[in-house]
Design a protein around this ligand. Sequence first.
Ligand SMILES: *[C@@H]1O[C@H](CO)[C@@H](O)[C@H](O)[C@H]1NC(C)=O
Ligand SMILES: *[C@@H]1O[C@H](CO)[C@@H](O)[C@H](O)[C@H]1NC(C)=O
Length: 336
Amino acid sequence: MDNRKRHLKHTVICALVAVVVLFLYLNTERQLGSPGAPAYRKHSALPSAAEPQWEDPGPYHVAYPRNYKFIMDDTPTCKTTTPYLILMVPIAPHDVATRDIIRKTWGNETLVQGELVETVFIVGLPGGSDAEQQQEKLKQENQLHHDLIQSNFQDSYHNLTIKTMVMLEWLAEHCASSAFVMKIDSDIVLHVENLVKLLLDLSTPKQNYMTGLVWWHSPVLRNPFIKFYMPRSVIEESEYPPYPLGMAYVMSLDLPAKILGVSHQIKPIYIEDAYLGMCLKRLGIPPTDPPDKAMFLVTPEHPLSDCSLSKVIALMTTSTLQMTSYWERIRQKVRC
Ligand SMILES: *[C@@H]1O[C@H](CO)[C@@H](O)[C@H](O)[C@H]1NC(C)=O
Ligand SMILES: *[C@@H]1O[C@H](CO)[C@@H](O)[C@H](O)[C@H]1NC(C)=O
C-alpha cells in the first residue's frame, strides 16, 4: 500500500516537472524567437526573396551588410607595402595588453622564408561608460604602432560577423595584390614559419583556398540555454555547411571579394565562421583540410610537447603568459 502511494506520488511529481519544463522551454523559444519578428523569419526559406529582407537584427542574426565606415585606417599595410601574408586579428578595443603581447611575439615576425608578413588588428567601437576614454587611448596606441583598423559598428560578441565582413571589405579593397590572409583570434599562438611554409608549398592552391580546423559536420544547436543556440526560424537545416573554425583560418586573397559578392544573398547569422561556411557553399568552394590535423589545435593538452609544437600552425592558449612561453619555445626552434 505504502509503496504504491509513494510510486503514485513519484509519478505525479515527475509529470508535473515535465509539464513545467516543457512550458518553460516553449515559452523561451517563443520569447527568444519572435518579439516583433517579421514574417520572413517564421518562413525563412522563401526562395523568391531576392531582396535582402533581413534588415531587423534579431537576437540570432546581425545587421549586415550595412554602411559601416572605417574611422581609423592609417596603417601602411597593403597601402605602401604588399605583404605576402597578412595576419588579421579581431580583438576587443580595450584589450591593449594582449595586442602588446602579440606585437612582441608572433606579430613581430615580418620576414619569414623570405616573404613579407604583416600583422594588423581590427576593432569596432568601444562600449561602456568609458567609451570616450577608450577611443582616445586607441588613437594614441595607433599613433605609436599604425596597426589598428577601426570600423564604426558597436564591438561586441554578437557582432563578430560584422567584424569579419568589414575585415573582408578592407582586404578586398586594399590587399588584392597580396597572396594570403590569416584571420587569427587574440588567444592563439601562431607558428608563423610553419604557416608560411604551408602556403609556399607547391601543393597548396593559390586561389579559392581556405583552410584551418575544418568542421565538416557541425550541428545547428537547438538548445536555447547554450552558447551558439540557433532557432529553426533562422536556420532550418540541421547542419552547417563545412567551415574552418574561427580561431585561425587562412584564405587566398581572391576570396574576400568573392565572399562579399554572395554574402548579400545569405542571411547573416552571428556565428561568424559558420556564416563564412554558408557563403563558401553558395560559391561552390569547399574549405580544404590542412595536410596534418595537428597543425590547428583548439583544445590541446597543455603543455604541448616539443614534437607537437614543432608541427603546429595555430594553437589556442588560455593566458597571455602561456602564449609568451609557447612563443619562446617556437622561437628557439623546438624539434621533434
Ligand atoms: C621585433 O623584432 C625586432 C628584430 O627583428 C627587434 O629589434 C624588436 O625589438 C622586436 N620588437 C618587439 C616589440 O619586441
Ligand atoms: C551591433 O552593431 C550595430 C551597429 O553599431 C549596433 O546597432 C548593434 O546594437 C550591435 N549589436 C550588439 C549585440 O552589440
